[in-house]
Write a protein that binds this ligand. Structure first.
Ligand SMILES: *Cc1c(COP(=O)(O)O)cnc(C)c1O
Length: 401
């Protein structure tokens, strides 16, 4: 029996160009973003300019993590303790964590069977709860119909904050993911699309929100040294009303991100070549279903999700075990127990009482998830399809027997 031997957690190495830049920063001793010579531009400020240009947006703040970015975005957008915040129930733990950390109260919204937020439920929950903010996760890179979504949010006066941890580099109808809402958050953590170990960005076109975010991130009133920022007079208006909650990015991380950003669009195409091969392969396996993707969505296939529809729910742990025994690491979002990065909304007990979300649970019940690191080549993806296909077939014939 064939076995797959590469690691599902192995990212590509940091390029030599990036390593050299990092070494230069270390040799300079100037690691803190505000520790620069007069007239000098820090690595972080240069990265902010470059990321804003990449996104096609005016303002960008680099910060300590994606999760921290969401906390700052919520606060900068005016969310106060006790305020309700809508969020799709299919997301990762830092999202409810960000809402909770600023004293917000999460109102979870159902998802549909394409892993998108359910727009009908969004409208109902917005109306019934009176929430005026949506923290929208483009979970696992699935971008909902953003035109319809924005129309629902406009109708109910809901401000959208986009969590683009899985859509950096992706687009909807040609517009970059993150440029639909009022503010967007990105992560540069190792498993996302550019890798600095930890890190994140906030982007917006709103000058006041941008200034508040910069001061919140801990600017020590040195905000003039940031890149992609609004005019001084905007900072003068907000700077004494916003606390300093330190969570800056440092020059070392920025130095290794800049070359990666320059290669991101190319990396997206490499991810999608792998994703499309896997999706086609899994679709051909009787018992598996990969939801079709909207042609308007230009996704980034850094992970793949499918329904193990032809297997009984009780058989899924066995299926994962059998695949793992042959080197293929899958995760299951339907597990009642959070394992690794997976978790179901009902395991976030600190959120307090939440309404039943039967549709979300039904979708997650048979949802399997696989990382697609760029260290896999197309032959690796073919072998993975073969192994997964054989293991589904084996369990299905057991079930039939
Ligand atoms: C990774 C991730 C984040 C941010 O994570 P950090 O580890 O804090 O950078 C936010 N949302 C989702 C959906 C994520 O997967």
């Amino acid at each position: 029996m064939k076995r797959f031997t590469k690691s599902f957690t192995q990212q590509e190495p940091i390029s030599e160009t990036a390593v050299e830049r990092a070494v230069a920063v270390m040799r300079s001793g100037r690691l803190h973003r505000y520790n620069i010579d007069p007239g000098e531009i820090s690595e972080v400020a240069a990265l902010e300019e470059e990321y804003a240009a990449f996104q096609g947006i005016r303002y960008c703040l680099a910060c300590a993590s994606g999760g921290y970015g969401m906390q700052v975005a919520l606060r900068a957008a005016g969310v106060k303790p006790g305020d309700k915040v809508l969020a799709n129930a299919y997301t990762l733990a830092p999202v409810p964590g960000a809402i909770h950390s600023i004293g917000g109260r999460a109102v979870l919204v159902e998802i549909d069977d394409h892993y998108h937020i359910d727009l009908g439920d969004l409208g109902r929950k917005a109306e019934a709860s009176g929430a005026r903010i949506l923290l929208l996760s483009h979970m696992r890179g699935h971008i909902a119909d953003m035109d319809r979504l924005m129309a629902v949010c406009d109708k109910f006066g809901v401000t959208v904050i986009e969590d683009c941890a899985h859509t950096m580099g992706g687009r909807w109808r040609g517009t970059r993911s993150g440029n639909f809402g009022k503010v967007a958050c990105f992560s540069t953590q190792t498993y996302k699309h550019i890798n600095s170990g930890e890190g994140g960005f906030i982007t917006t076109d709103d000058p006041e929100l941008a200034a508040r975010a910069v001061v919140l991130s801990g600017s020590y009133m040195l905000y003039g040294r940031n890149g992609a920022i609004p005019d001084e007079e905007v900072f003068h208006r907000v700077r004494l009303d916003v606390p300093n909650c330190s969570g800056r990015m440092d020059n070392l991380r920025a130095a290794i991100l800049r070359p990666q950003l320059a290669a991101l669009d190319e990396a997206v195409e490499r991810w999608n070549a792998r994703y499309d091969l896997l999706a086609e392969g899994f679709r051909a396996v009787p018992g598996l279903r990969v939801p079709a993707r909207d042609p308007r969505e230009h996704y980034v296939g850094s992970s793949i999700q499918f329904f193990a529809e032809g297997l009984r729910r009780e058989a899924i742990p066995q299926f994962l075990e059998n695949c793992a025994a042959r080197g293929v690491e899958l995760k299951w979002f339907g597990d009642a127990e959070p394992k690794g990065f997976t978790s179901r909304y009902d395991s976030w007990r600190y959120l307090g009482e939440q309404p039943d979300l039967p549709q979300t649970l039904a979708v997650l019940d048979k949802t399997c998830d696989m990382r697609v690191p760029l260290t896999f080549d197309l032959d690796d993806c073919r072998l993975i399809v073969e192994i997964v296909g054989e293991e589904v077939a084996r369990l299905r014939s057991d079930q039939a027997a």
